[in-house]
Design a protein around this ligand. Structure first.
Ligand SMILES: [Cu+2]
Length: 234
């Protein structure tokens, strides 16, 4: 049966192809660099840093590259989890309710406001965002439930850790505008050059709000929340 066994020539062809793929993979890795950094978040007075520099996002502007899929923002123990959710444009956000009582989800965003209504345990509602940037997320029943969804244009983003450190991996070399945003309103933008090796930068952002001011938002009618009675939850 001629042709059932690979000939010496075709074996050599397979080997050459395998090596070519290997070289190509290594080369592809070598053409991307990492961007690391340290963000300092100053308080509203601009005089001292916050105790934690977490809850900030940094991302590279540039080509919009949508992602499919769904990410989840849960409601649990009267909190939105996580507090700051990054979403790549194109991804859907699924709002779940893991509490034994009802919640609501709404956003007073200037271009993309929404109200998902009230729903109970185990239920979920989904929405897709079109506007890049921060979207404040609230519950019309519990004033202290506050979250932010931050829509980014592509996968080149990172959240800061408690010490303000971040890493954006495998960035194609080039010049980019790096933008930063923190949940207390701090913002920053600066040009960065990404090369084939790791580039490190330092950034700082000044808060525009106090923690209390962030929590004292209005309800979905734009009015103050009525006093909350604990027993009304059940
Ligand atoms: Cu709620």
């Amino acid at each position: 049966m001629v042709g059932m066994q690979p000939s010496a020539t075709s074996k050599r062809t397979i080997m050459v192809a395998f090596i070519a793929v290997l070289v190509w993979t290594v080369a592809a890795e070598a053409t991307a660099g990492d961007l690391t950094g340290q963000v300092t978040i100053l308080d509203k007075s601009g005089r001292k840093p916050l105790k934690s520099s977490a809850q900030a996002i940094v991302y590279l502007e540039g080509p919009v590259k949508t992602h499919a899929g769904t990410v989840t923002l849960d409601q649990r123990s009267k909190e939105f989890i996580p507090r700051l959710l990054p979403v790549i444009i194109g991804q859907k956000v699924r709002f779940t309710n893991s509490d034994v009582f009802q919640h609501n989800v709404f956003s007073p965003h200037a271009q993309e406001s929404f109200d998902l209504g009230r729903y109970g345990t185990g239920e979920a509602r989904e929405i897709e965002f079109k506007e890049i940037g921060p979207h404040p997320i609230y519950c019309d029943i519990h004033q202290k439930m506050v979250a932010d969804i931050f829509v980014v244009p592509n996968r080149y983003f990172a959240l800061t850790d408690d010490k303000g450190r971040f890493r954006i991996a495998d960035v194609p070399p080039g010049t980019y505008q790096l933008r930063g945003w923190h949940i207390l309103g701090g913002k920053t933008a600066q040009k960065v050059e990404v090369a084939r090796e790791t580039v490190s930068i330092a950034l700082s952002m000044q808060s525009t709000k106090l923690l209390r001011e962030m929590e004292e938002h209005k309800n979905k009618e734009g009015r103050s929340y009525p006093p909350e009675f604990e027993f009304s939850d059940y």
